[in-house]
Design a protein around this ligand. Structure first.
Ligand SMILES: NC(=O)c1ccc[n+]([C@@H]2O[C@H](COP(=O)([O-])OP(=O)(O)OC[C@H]3O[C@@H](n4cnc5c(N)ncnc54)[C@H](OP(=O)(O)O)[C@@H]3O)[C@@H](O)[C@H]2O)c1
Length: 291
């Protein structure tokens, strides 16, 4: 019997990349792939790309049981908000009721005793998954290359960040997706595993240098103090509790108090059999997006 897989966050960065990574498996009927979407627009975007959408809203618990019916494994991805806690709880309760066996959770890289909210909340979700008796795999990415790139595309003369001169480690969404896809294809092989995802460790000045070489134009690193991050996120309308936790965590990284933030790992290569994408390759593949 083919396994049925539900990818949450399917209209976003990592969830969307995970659907793409599993598309050929679904086309070959090696598995049944469902992409969760909370709006008609999201559903039709998935359909247009050749995926099977399913109505699913973390804020409408009634949609979850239907979306999870017959599902064997779930990729659990939540957004940038304190709602991640209640969203995860609702998903796990509904998944348990529907007999889902395996949960692959997208969390964040941090030490086990991290006191910072954004990381700590992800770890609480991981611990709930384990306590509820699911088979599980915890993915713990560090900084997404995509986030910096998305800002850079709009202002290709600079990169802005809040970790000062610290070296931190990076991962591309396509690599997270490749690992998630490998785990979802063979959950039993990856059961009870924690996978840190961070393939290349660089300072922002080094990244600016790479971007300058790739684009052939000067690129500056505009370093802003981590204390600036919270007011910026507030002005952008970020949910306040999550934003405060993120700003606290980045301030600790800026002070050099989270050594794991600069560690890199060979997880992508070990699990997928191919080398992880580095910053230069990531930028080369996307430079045509710059106007
Ligand atoms: N950025 C980083 O450097 C970094 C580092 C480590 C970990 N992370 C973690 O990565 C995760 C975010 O991943 P991402 O960047 O791929 O997210 P994203 O692009 O912002 O996508 C979020 C997804 O969640 C969906 N969603 C939001 N609220 C929903 C709801 N009520 N019901 C159903 N779906 C809902 C969104 O749907 P719509 O399209 O409808 O909005 C979208 O598909 C977070 O847990 C974050 O902690 C990020």
């Amino acid at each position: 019997m083919t396994a049925r897989i539900l990818v949450t966050g399917a209209t976003g960065t990592v969830g969307g990349a995970t659907l793409r990574a599993l598309k050929s498996d679904a086309e070959a009927r090696r598995l049944e792939l469902l992409g969760a979407a909370r709006s008609e627009k999201g559903m039709s975007r998935l359909r247009d790309k050749g995926f099977t959408p399913v109505a699913f809203d973390f804020d409408e618990p009634a949609t979850m049981r239907a979306a999870l019916s017959g599902v064997d494994a779930v990729f659990l991805l939540t957004g940038y908000s304190v709602d991640m806690l209640v969203h995860s709880k609702r998903l796990l309760d509904a998944a348990k009721a529907e007999g889902v066996r395996h949960i692959v959770h997208l969390g964040a890289l941090a030490p086990e005793d991290t006191p910072f909210a954004h990381f700590a909340w992800h770890q609480l979700v991981e611990r709930a998954i384990q306590a509820m008796g699911f088979s599980w795999t915890h993915l713990r990415p560090n900084f997404f290359m995509d986030t910096v790139w998305n800002g850079f595309v709009h202002r290709p003369d600079r990169v802005v960040h809040f970790v000062g001169g610290q070296r931190v480690s990076w991962i591309a969404s396509d690599d997270m997706a490749a690992v998630a896809a490998a785990v979802l294809r063979e959950p039993a092989r990856h059961a009870e595993k924690i996978y840190p995802l961070a393939s290349e460790s660089l300072t922002l000045a080094e990244i600016a240098d790479i971007l300058s070489q790739v684009t052939g134009k000067p690129v500056d690193y505009r370093s802003r103090p981590a204390s600036d991050l919270l007011p910026i996120l507030q002005r952008q309308g970020a949910e306040p509790l999550y934003a405060a936790g993120l700003a606290d965590g980045l301030a600790a990284i800026e002070r050099g108090e989270m050594p794991i933030a600069c560690e890199s790992f060979d997880t992508v290569e070990t699990i997928t059999g191919r080398k992880a994408v580095g910053w230069r390759e990531f930028a080369e593949a996307r430079k045509h997006h710059i106007a």
